[in-house]
Write a protein that binds this ligand. Structure first.
Ligand code: NOJ
Length: 975
């Protein structure tokens, strides 16, 4: 078994063809509830006679709260008249509709806390809704033509916009909430339902359906109701069947995106219907899918049950707040419509319908529910160097030295599990790390940080204080009896797991990260410093001897909930508490950095994620981009994949291309398996080494662009890397594009090469605009409907374009780490749009590590280029968020941040050292700042306004205008 071979670190040669052990993970047909869910959908679609959903609202129970806040009603299933369900529909202030349904007074209680972990707060209910109760339905019209209609019989919820159906729940009648029942209830199938001889299949189905609709709807046998086996494991199901099926249809949207994490395309593929691309539904069940496939619906490490549905005129979203295993089938009955079907193992129905109407609106709506990406520390968006493992303090020091000798920037060195004695996290292996604090300080002395791994499995030995304290506090996950400590195997051998659902674990967990002694014999990490940040791995949780390499579903968490109820949320609580611990260990608080492998909706509030154990193959490199985009649109903007591929030994060409991918990922880290050869970039031969050095420097020069994009994401919910449909929602040509993307709102469009031996690449330009090659300044043109252009893409050439109309702030002095760049001057690249005058950009800066920006300690500038008169281009800088209005004298403003903004003061001597203006129509007659002539140089070339011309653009370099980045100023270019 892989786990044990890795565990005892048998450094075997990595085979050339690696592939997931598919037999370790269930297919839908191996999961009882998924089988039942799919079987119902199949019966429904094959049904020769009409049938309708058994669920309906009892009109006599309809209740509108006196303040019109919500609508509630009792729901019955005609199959089980004695069972009741409660439905609650409410509309939030921003137009999001929340639909909840739970069994009422049942024999058991369904898990109803998933949303409480995902949401930042209980959403505000709109006070302006007017529910209209009719004979057959209840409806409310609100906002801009948005309407929600709840039909009584059968139960159906529809969100409409301008009269058009946008999202329909239970339109196909597949809603089913398996109620709690007693085991001894009579079998569903009865004699009469056995098809009579001579009946064909359709007729036989009719007989069953008419004579015993229950058996038709639920299946004729109790399939895996009370127990289920997989491989050598048995899942006891003391609560019996409790799954939840719901069909969600988008009648006017042909594309759906989201529900990460899968190694698949961004535009989700069909899993059912005619000629499906995949045979299994997309699975959401956090798992350590070792050596995963590069094109599959198999589960990976995290799950975000968020889906966007998109068409040229509308984007809507659905967030299904469920914590249990969920499978999602997708089909397109027509190219312009989508049917989805969500099959979950347990939990209540708790669905949020986001009306859009644009992608931007859906991002705002989703982030008002689950929060935005936490603004990272600035250094965290630099380059991270990791490997399993840097084996000693000396190793770390040597690697650091080699980076410096090679003049390669890097911000963070990482330690994987081998730093810890017997994999007891926090406890140093003193043989190899005799001087951990000195080592950390040596790294800090060069203005860099360390990230060290803390996994969730605790070695079960009494000499391990962390385990011992967890035992004493009784905060470990329990076996199915609810009282005995659960024991499983992971890196540390026999291990136990903290139950982070138990509030008693929270404060205790935070104390472990304090860097000072707590006294009383309590453990804290005194052998670390505040320069150490954290990596949370294996938090699905990964358990080598558990079912599907995870925890038995009948294990018990705090509150008596079964592991099955909370499985997909489990990993998020670990990174949540760790990130709080790291933040709170400093006074005043500092921004934490925690990388997590497992995640759920809301995890973006706690740090970064990466795509786990990818392979060093071109396919994995390519799919990593798609996965990062999928995570990004599901709120988790701070994401990346292991540069180089975790497994294998990538050839230099592949490694170089992977650095391009990494340099354009929000999270940029190289990592490698313990069995791989060393592959730090300084080890490369020429020309690869120089190319990678340039890539690293390119990333560092663009850090202001990335940081500005992160800041926007942390405020608006818009992703840091943005796929085409997000930026150009009306351009159908871009709806399935997921191999090129935009960086924030900067106007950077990148298409990393992910194939061997490439010298040219085709890039899709979505609009009639000039796009400039970042390096050669070649101006490309497109057409109103979008067009593919061919750009050079030899190994040293990255297809990187600037959209005409953008202004990019960069810092172009090579440094060893990002911290050393804080006083460096800026270059502004002004890429004129096709009018030949206009462009715009933004720059956001703050101290990068604390929360003082929340008190106004930041600098936020807008740069603009516009037509001042027929022959004058005016380029200006002004504040977007200053505390004091600008007072300009002769075009040069006084410092705007002179009233208590200590951060602005700290960078008041940082200047703009250069402006590079692309596409100026002709050689200027003069370039002035206020009345003063500036030094400049003009290289003739294609003008931005010459709509028919391609070729190297004209370049005007304005040298050292002597303006501070914090000031407002105006430069005029006289044509
Ligand atoms: C699995 C992680 O995915 C990988 O990145 C890490 O190196 C190993 N665990 C060892 O900690």
């Amino acid at each position: 078994m892989r786990a044990f071979s890795s565990f005892i670190l048998l450094a075997s040669i990595v085979p050339t063809v690696l592939s997931v052990k598919t037999q370790d993970f269930k297919t839908c047909s191996q999961a009882g509830f998924c089988r039942r869910g799919r079987a119902l959908a199949t019966r429904a679609s094959e049904s020769a006679t009409s049938w309708k959903s058994p669920y309906s609202i009892d009109p006599n129970t309809v209740f509108i709260a006196p303040n019109q806040a919500s609508f509630t009603a009792s729901v019955k299933s005609s199959l089980y008249p004695a069972i009741s369900f409660g439905l609650d529909v409410r509309v939030h202030d921003d137009g999001v509709v929340r639909v909840r349904m739970d069994e009422v007074n049942g024999l058991g209680k369904r898990y109803d806390e998933a949303a409480s972990w995902a949401l930042i707060a209980e959403p505000k209910i709109s006070s302006s809704i007017q529910w209209k109760v009719g004979k057959k339905d209840v409806r409310a019209i609100y906002g801009k033509g948005v309407e929600v209609v709840i039909e009584f019989e059968p139960l159906k919820v529809t969100l409409l916009k301008n009269g058009q159906e946008e999202i329909v729940l239970n339109g196909r009648g597949l809603l089913h909430m398996e109620h709690f029942r007693k085991k001894e209830e009579p079998k569903l199938a009865v004699e009469a339902e056995v098809p009579e001889e001579g009946l064909n299949a359709d007729d036989a189905q009719k007989v069953v359906k008419l004579e015993n609709p229950r058996a038709w709807f639920e299946g004729e046998s109790e399939d895996a109701y009370w127990e289920e086996s997989f491989s050598s494991w048995t899942d006891t199901k003391p609560k019996g069947p409790q799954s939840l099926f719901i069909d969600v249809t988008f009648p006017n949207h042909g594309h759906v995106y989201g529900i990460p994490q899968h190694a698949s395309t961004l535009d989700l593929r069909t899993t059912t219907g005619e000629d499906p691309y995949y045979s299994d539904p997309y699975r959401l069940y956090n798992a350590d899918t070792f050596e995963y496939l590069a094109d599959s619906t198999m589960s990976l490490y995290g799950s975000i049950p968020l889906m966007h549905a998109h068409s040229t005129d509308s984007t809507v979203g659905v967030f299904n707040a469920i914590g249990s295993e969920t499978w999602v089938d997708i089909s397109h009955p027509t190219p312009k419509s989508t049917e989805t079907y969500w099959i979950s193992e347990s939990g209540i129905l708790d669905i949020f319908l986001m009306p859009g109407p644009t992608p931007k609106d859906v991002f705002a709506q989703y982030s008002s529910l689950t929060g935005t990406q936490a603004l990272p520390a600035d250094w965290a968006i630099g380059y991270h160097q990791c490997r399993w493992n840097y084996i000693s303090s000396e190793d770390i020091r040597t690697v650091q030295k080699k980076f410096d000798e090679a003049d390669m920037p890097v911000d963070v060195f990482w330690l994987d599990i081998e730093y810890a004695e017997d994999h007891k996290y926090f406890i140093w292996d003193k043989k190899n790390f005799p001087d951990p604090v000195d080592m950390i300080n040596d790294v800090q002395d060069t203005s860099r940080k360390m990230v060290i791994i803390i996994d969730p499995h605790l070695k079960r030995v009494s000499s391990y204080p962390v385990y011992q304290e967890a035992v004493e506090r009784n905060v470990l996950v329990k076996q199915k009896d609810g009282t005995s400590e659960y024991e499983g195997w992971c890196w540390s051998g026999s291990s136990a797991w903290v139950d982070f659902f138990n509030p008693a674990s929270w404060d205790w967990w935070k104390t472990l990260f304090k860097t000072h002694s707590l006294g009383d014999g309590k453990f804290s990490w005194v052998e670390s410093t505040e320069n150490v940040y954290i990596w949370n791995d294996m938090n699905e949780p990964a358990i080598f001897n558990g079912p599907e390499i995870s925890m038995p579903r009948d294990n018990i968490h705090y509150g008596g909930w079964e592991h099955r109820d909370v499985h997909n949320i489990n990993g998020m609580l670990f990174s949540n508490l760790t990130s709080q611990a790291v933040m709170e260990r400093s006074t005043p608080y500092k921004r934490p950095f925690v990388l997590t492998r497992s995640f759920y909706a809301g995890s973006q509030r706690f740090g970064a994620m990466w795509t786990g154990d990818n392979l060093g193959t071109w396919e994995h490199m390519a799919v990593g981009i798609k996965m990062v985009l999928a995570n990004s649109i599901a709120g988790f903007a701070f994401s990346g994949s292991d540069v180089g591929g975790f497994f294998g030994n990538p050839e230099p060409e592949m490694l170089v291309r992977w650095y391009h991918v990494g340099a354009f990922s929000p999270f940029f880290r190289a990592h490698a398996h313990i069995d791989t050869k060393r592959r730090e970039p300084f080890l490369l031969d020429e020309p690869y080494k120089s190319i990678v050095k340039d890539i690293l420097r390119l990333r560092y020069s663009m850090l202001p662009i990335w940081y500005t994009a992160f800041r926007e994401s942390s405020v608006t919910g818009l992703p840091v890397v943005r796929p085409h449909y997000v930026v150009f929602p009306k351009d159908e040509g871009g709806f399935s594009i997921d191999d090129q993307f935009f960086v924030g709102g900067s106007g950077i469009l990148v298409k990393p090469v992910t194939e061997k031996g490439v010298t040219e690449a085709s890039v899709y330009i979505p609009e009639d605009e000039v796009y400039y090659d970042y390096f050669s300044q070649h101006a490309y043109r497109s057409a109103a409907k979008g067009k593919n252009i061919t750009v050079p893409a030899a190994l040293h050439q990255l297809p990187l374009l600037i959209r005409g109309g953008s202004i990019l702030p960069t810092r172009e002095r090579p440094r060893r780490s990002s911290t050393l760049m804080k006083q460096d001057p800026f270059t502004l690249r002004v890429a004129l749009d096709k009018t030949g005058f206009n462009a715009r950009g933004e720059l956001y800066l703050d101290d990068g590590t604390t929360y003082s920006h929340q008190e106004g300690q930041f600098v936020w500038k807008e740069f603009k280029s516009e037509k001042q008169s027929k022959n004058v281009i005016k380029i200006s800088s002004h504040d977007l968020g200053s505390e004091k209005p600008t007072e300009a004298v002769d075009g040069v403003a006084l410092t705007t941040y002179d009233g208590g903004n200590a951060f602005a003061k700290s960078i008041s001597s940082v200047r703009v050292e250069k402006l590079v203006v692309l596409g100026v129509a002709s050689k200027p007659k003069g370039v002035k700042l206020g009345g003063k002539e500036l030094e400049w140089e003009y290289t003739p070339g294609v003008g931005a306004q010459e709509s028919k011309k391609e070729g190297i653009a004209s370049v005007l370099v304005i040298k050292d205008p002597k303006v501070a980045i914090t000031t407002d100023w105006e430069i005029s270019i006289q044509l």
